[in-house]
Design a protein around this ligand. Structure first.
Ligand code: MN
Length: 292
C-alpha cells in the first residue's frame, strides 16, 4: 500500500492518481493517523462509501508530521563523501538526530534561513520503523521496517554541529506516500534521483550505500531504541547543490514514490545577524562566570 495523509489528518491509500480514504482502529494524536496505524500494528480498513478523490485535488500533508525521532546517516555513499572531501563514514561519525519539528509536507516550501550561507538539497531514502527495535542483528532488521518514503535532508553548509545545520523548520520534507515494505522489496536495489527546476542533479542506486538499510538499523539500534514511526534517513548520493529562492525540488525513488517541494528565502537573515553571533563570549576554563 501507498499511504498518504490528507485534508486535516485523514489517512488514504493511493490507487493510481486517486486517493481512497481508510479507517483506523484508534484515534490519531498529534503524530497523525499513519503513526496510529503503525503503533497499533493492525492494518487500516477501507472507509465504506468514501469517494475516490484525485490526489492532485486533496490537501496532502506530511505522512508523519511529528516523528518520535529523525535519524540521519552522514556520508553513506562513497561518491558523495568524495564530493564533500569527507572520508569518514557512519563507522567513525555515528548517526545524527534531526529535530522532529523540521518535517515539511509534500508540496511545502523549504525556508532558507540565511541570505549568505549555502544550503543544499540531499535526496534520501527514508525508512519508517514499524516495531520497537533494540540491538537488531542485520539479518532481522528489515522485519522492523513498516515502509519507505522519499526525503530531503536539507543542510546549511556552515560550521555548526549537524543537528543544528539540518534541523531548521522545513528542513525534512517527507512523502508523498509511505509505501509499505512488502511493496518495496529489497531497499538495497532502488534507483534514487533528484531534480532542481527540472534539471537532473542526483541519479544513483541504493546498492551504493556504505551502510545498507539492515546494517544502518543494526548500528542505530545498538545506540538507541527505535520506536514505531521513527524515521531513519539513509544518506545522499553525489550531486548535492545549493538551493535558491524559487527553486522546485523533486525526489523520485523507484518502488517508493515521488516528492515535490519549493524553496523560498522569505524571512532569511544575514548569517552574521543571527542570535548568538553578537555575544561570542568565550570564558576561560574554571571561571565561575561561565555562561556555556
Ligand atoms: Mn544527509
Amino acid at each position: 500500500m501507498r499511504l498518504v495523509v490528507f485534508d486535516g489528518g485523514r489517512l488514504g491509500a493511493l490507487d493510481g492518481d486517486d486517493v481512497v480514504e481508510l479507517s483506523i482502529s484508534r484515534p490519531p494524536d498529534h503524530r497523525g493517523p499513519l503513526h496510529a496505524v503503525i503503533a497499533s500494528d493492525s492494518p487500516p480498513g477501507s472507509v465504506a462509501n468514501a469517494p475516490r478523490r484525485r490526489l492532485a485535488e486533496v490537501g496532502v500533508e506530511a505522512p508523519l508530521p511529528q516523528p518520535g525521532k529523525i535519524l540521519g546517516a552522514p556520508v553513506n555513499y562513497i561518491d558523495h563523501g568524495n564530493e564533500m572531501g569527507e572520508h569518514h563514514t557512519v563507522a567513525q561519525l555515528g548517526v545524527f538526530l534531526k529535530a522532529p519539528s523540521s518535517v515539511l509536507a509534500p508540496g511545502g516550501t523549504i525556508r532558507l534561513p540565511y541570505t549568505d550561507q549555502r544550503t543544499d538539497h540531499e535526496a534520501e531514502l527514508a525508512v519508517v520503523i514499524g516495531r520497537t527495535a533494540r540491538n537488531l542483528p542485520p539479518e532481522r532488521a528489515l522485519e522492523h521496517v513498516f515502509g519507505y518514503t522519499c526525503a530531503l535532508d536539507i543542510t546549511v553548509r556552515s560550521g555548526e554541529d549537524r543537528s543544528t545545520r539540518k534541523s531548521f523548520d522545513t528542513f525534512t520534507p517527507l512523502g508523498t506516500a509511505v509505501t509499505t515494505a512488502d511493496e518495496v522489496g529489497d531497499p538495497g536495489r532502488l534507483r534514487i534521483r533528484s531534480w532542481v527546476n527540472g534539471a537532473l542533479r542526483q541519479d544513483a542506486s541504493t546498492k551504493d550505500m556504505i551502510y545498507g538499510v539492515p546494517e544502518l538499523l543494526a548500528y542505530a539500534s545498538s545506540v538507541m531504541t527505535l520506536w514505531p514511526g521513527d524515521v531513519i534517513l539513509t544518506g545522499t548520493p553525489a550531486g548535492v547543490g545549493p538551493l535558491t529562492h524559487g527553486d522546485t525540488v523533486t525526489v523520485e525513488i523507484g518502488h517508493v514514490g515521488r516528492l515535490d517541494v519549493t524553496v523560498s528565502t522569505a524571512g532569511a537573515i544575514d548569517y552574521a545577524t543571527r542570535p548568538g553571533e553578537r555575544n561570542p563570549r568565550l570564558v576561560p576554563p574554571g571561571s565561575r562566570d561561565s555562561t556555556i
